[in-house]
Design a protein around this ligand. Sequence first.
Ligand SMILES: O=C(O)CCC(=O)C(=O)O
Ligand SMILES: [Fe+2]
Length: 197
Amino acid sequence: MTLRPFEKLNMKNAEVLYFKNFFTQNESNAYFDSLLKNINWQQDYITVFGKTHLQPRLTAFYATNSKTYSYSNIIMTPNPFDGAILEIKKTIENQLKTEFTSCLANLYRSGQDSNGWHADDEKELGKNPTIASVTFGEERIFHFKHKYDASKKLKLTLHHGSLLLMKGETQHFWLHQIPKTKKQVTPRINLTFRIIA
Ligand SMILES: O=C(O)CCC(=O)C(=O)O
Ligand SMILES: [Fe+2]
């Protein structure tokens, strides 16, 4: 299998690769439909800075083991990988020569759904986590900002069928978010594959 083309983003203290067309448009259309229909999407209450509110998107968690995943005071219980999400996992693992144990799926139903500034730096992810983040459906803008150098920020459109790979020290030095948008947008599905020890 040949390596799919990617660009390396010019970011200090980070290793971020972007594969714009990781999946073909036909594959991506089929995956979008299947994931939208077959994932058991749920909306959780989260607690951040002592305030409890509904998360502004739907999520689901998948893993090869029974370990739960916690962030923002929620504990996610894994579903087993099957169907489209298992197929996608295998394709990514083959290309990246990396095995993932877990996947957090996000569904942004409209421009009102979002994901606030954070780093994926939970202890369970290990010191320098590798995170492979796949997009299907609507394009949304992904923002990065450096934690200690306010002059360093970056915006990136995440395309249908793309893969964003974050590794090395990225999570120590950078925060990321998907902000809300006032534009009329259709739903977007994001799958973030992770390794949880
Ligand atoms: O939706 C995205 O592209 C980002 C998702 C994300 O950052 C996360 O789930 O940790
Ligand atoms: Fe994240």
